[in-house]
Design a protein around this ligand. Structure first.
Ligand SMILES: [Fe+2]
Ligand SMILES: [Fe+2]
Length: 219
């Protein structure tokens, strides 16, 4: 168990509305960045992309926007401003830049048509993001059982969608393996996991309120 998957890490955040709001603002941003990334992928897919992949990815994109709405609604319940930007959210810009090897905004603005290999890269990064998000959300739910907000109910609705995301991504990755690209799948998964783990150290520091996001990005 890492700190991010330990309910004890979230207990003090849940107990203080200002800290919980900070966590939820990060989550709103993370969900929205996910949706933006998926929308970019959908509009730049190569012709070889299978129809079922286009349809599930479209559903996935819509789900992530709805998830951002759930977290924003809890921020509003806490009396906060349900925005998906704020100084602390810049940590996610660093995380996405590391995962995709370039700032996501640049990637979106100049998105070239993807190759089929890029689709595999996207699937492996998505798998890591989804798995880690589920682990973190389960720990948050365990810590937030007594929260007077709708947080737990909303997290449970989100988790049901995340289970679907993980299942369809795993199905896609299995197809890649069946086509003899298993080694490439493993290499890309390992790279995405390493990037995520680097980012998580800084991410947790921001949640603990240690240091400015700008300096946390390098820690
Ligand atoms: Fe999500
Ligand atoms: Fe998801």
């Amino acid at each position: 168990m890492t700190r991010a998957t330990d309910p004890a890490f979230y207990a003090p955040l849940v107990a203080h509305p200002a800290l919980l709001e900070r966590l939820l603002r990060l989550y709103v941003k993370e969900e929205m960045e996910g949706a933006i990334g998926l929308a970019t992928i959908l509009t730049t897919l190569p012709d070889e992309a299978a129809p079922h992949f286009v349809l599930t990815t479209t559903r996935h994109c819509c789900d992530e926007i709805r998830h951002a709405g759930h977290f924003a609604a809890v921020i509003a319940e806490l009396g906060g401003r349900p925005a998906w930007s704020g100084p602390e959210t810049s940590i996610l810009d660093a995380m996405f830049a590391d995962l995709y090897h370039l700032p996501q905004r640049v990637w979106i603005a100049s998105a070239p048509r993807l190759g089929i290999g890029d689709v595999l890269t996207h699937l492996t990064i998505s798998w890591v993001l989804e798995i880690r998000a589920v682990e973190r959300l389960r720990a948050l739910v365990a810590a937030a059982r007594r929260s007077p907000t709708t947080l737990v109910a909303r997290c449970e609705a989100i988790l049901a969608d995340e289970d679907f995301h993980i299942a369809y991504i795993e199905r896609e990755l299995r197809r890649w393996r069946e086509r003899g690209r298993g080694e490439e799948v493993d290499r890309k998964l390992a790279a995405a996991l390493a990037s995520y783990d680097r980012a998580e150290v800084a991410y947790l520091r921001v949640l603990e309120g240690g240091g400015e996001p700008g300096e946390a990005q390098h820690g």
